[in-house]
Ligand binder design. Structure first.
Ligand SMILES: Nc1ncnc2c1ncn2[C@@H]1O[C@H](COP(=O)(O)OP(=O)(O)O)[C@@H](O)[C@H]1O
Ligand SMILES: [Mg+2]
Length: 245
């Protein structure tokens, strides 16, 4: 079984320690979230795990064969249209042009992009459409491991739920493994099998929460109730510096 294993990871930018003593395991088919306040080192941890940043101390072993990333900002290529942006990753995999285009169109439609938008360039797209393209681009290659760095944070509540439901479908099909970063406790509860709480300065994991209920069965009522519980947890209160009222 494929697995991402992080052991005793420590990382600094200059003299500032950003991450300390980080250890966890992400197994195939799981959704693991890192939750913590802004500036706590979440993106740094994701970049290390995705191989975008060089490790300093500790070990990272990643046996997933394919991976993709979606960020908070869509980061589309401005000189490519919607379909070519989505198909871009398939080119690197050596998929022939006609097949690339076919798969890009199919996934674009499943993300509710419309035919009339396929030839548009990123500057002609709304923020929401750009994020649909970003998700389609990340998923078109059917990556075994998906890294998500706050990809829902800038979206309105309707689109957020729609894209989350796409992800929940993939989770239900056991079609994907997800390393998810967010500062939003409620969205972490909706999607995760396991949440690691990252306390900042320096970033370290202070508590782990696990959720057994299958994601498609997580009703709003359940999510709200679990969120309310966590917001009363002393570790969450301390990590997010919440005031008790
Ligand atoms: N390239 C960089 N050079 C120096 N410091 C950085 C760099 N990237 C991030 N940092 C610092 O590392 C800390 C953690 O940042 P980040 O991982 O982006 O946190 P988060 O994603 O939790 O908001 C912050 O203090 C940030 O200023
Ligand atoms: Mg970040």
């Amino acid at each position: 079984m494929a697995r991402l294993t992080v052991e005793k990871l420590r990382f600094s930018f200059g003299y500032k320690t950003i991450l300390e003593d980080i250890s966890f395991e992400l197994n195939q088919g799981e959704v693991l979230s890192i939750v913590g306040p802004s500036g706590g080192g979440k993106t740094t941890l994701l970049r290390l795990c995705a191989g975008l940043l060089d490790r300093q101390e500790g070990s990272i072993e990643n046996s997933f064969k394919t991976q993709a990333i979606a960020f908070q900002d869509p980061r589309l290529l401005p000189w490519k249209n919607v379909i070519d942006n989505i198909a871009f990753g398939l080119k690197a995999l050596g998929v022939p042009k006609a097949e690339r285009e076919k798969r890009a169109r199919e996934i674009a439609l499943t993300f509710d992009l419309e035919e009339e938008d396929f030839d548009k360039f990123p500057k002609e797209l709304s923020g929401g459409m750009s994020q649909r393209v970003s998700f389609a681009r990340a998923l078109v290659t059917q990556p075994e491991l998906l890294f998500l760095d706050e990809p829902f944070s800038a979206l309105d509540i309707g689109l957020k739920r729609e894209l989350q439901n796409h992800i929940i479908e993939l989770i239900a099909q056991k079609a994907i493994t997800i390393f998810f970063i967010t500062h939003d406790i409620m969205e972490a509860i909706r999607l995760s099998d396991k949440i690691l709480l990252l306390e900042p300065d320096p970033g370290r994991i202070v508590k782990t929460y696990t959720f057994d209920r299958p994601q498609p069965e997580r009703t709003d009522e359940w999510v709200y109730a679990e969120t309310a519980k966590l917001l009363k947890d002393p570790y969450i209160i301390k990590t997010f510096e919440l005031e008790l009222k």
